[in-house]
Design a protein around this ligand. Structure first.
Ligand code: INI
Length: 160
């Protein structure tokens, strides 16, 4: 443990989701994986005090559509935070690279344009095994991590 200077002003996000309105934008592509990410994200938010009535699940066809729908959801002003969930698995062509790049860039742009936290829960995997590992098995659940990151960031933004 390092030395903590208590005279320095600190801003930190408390992980309490009570009253937080959240949109969870989820791709249907690879839904046996994205469904597990969604389960993890919802469970995480409820366990941190979110009320179910404050949570909205929005389905999109694939990861490529996540930025547009996140953008519109952010623009609506209905949500204090968004969680984007998808799974892109590498195939035989460069399609994977285009979908991943556009999705990541687009989601980052939504967050900055609307000043809203968007949890980035996009799996970008070389194979199915890697995706399964990150959707509730040995490498945890990246939906949980995305929800927690959104929650912490939303609570930080409230103090700035
Ligand atoms: N979408 C995904 O979410 N994951 C994938 O692995 C994937 N692959 O491999 O093709 C994928 N493609 C669909 C894409 O996101 C769009 O929905 C589609 O191109 C229509 O715009």
């Amino acid at each position: 443990m390092g030395f903590v200077d208590t005279s320095v002003k600190r801003i930190e996000g408390v992980l309490n989701a009570r009253g937080l309105k959240v949109g969870l934008v989820v791709s249907r592509f690879n839904d046996f994986i994205t469904g597990r990410l969604l389960d993890g994200a919802l469970d995480c938010l409820v366990r941190h005090g979110a009320e179910r009535a404050d949570l909205t699940v929005i389905k999109v066809p694939g990861a490529f559509e996540l930025p547009l729908v996140c953008d519109r959801a952010a623009q609506s002003g209905k949500y204090a935070g968004l969680v984007a969930l998808g799974a892109v698995i590498r195939g035989a062509t460069p399609h994977f690279d285009y979908v991943c790049a556009e999705c990541a860039k687009g989601i980052a742009q939504v967050a900055l344009k609307h000043s809203i936290p968007v949890g980035f829960g996009l799996l970008t995997c070389d194979n199915l095994e890697q995706a399964v590992e990150r959707a509730g098995s040995k490498a945890g659940n990246k939906g949980v991590e995305a929800a927690l990151a959104m929650l912490e960031t939303a609570r930080v933004l409230e103090q700035l």
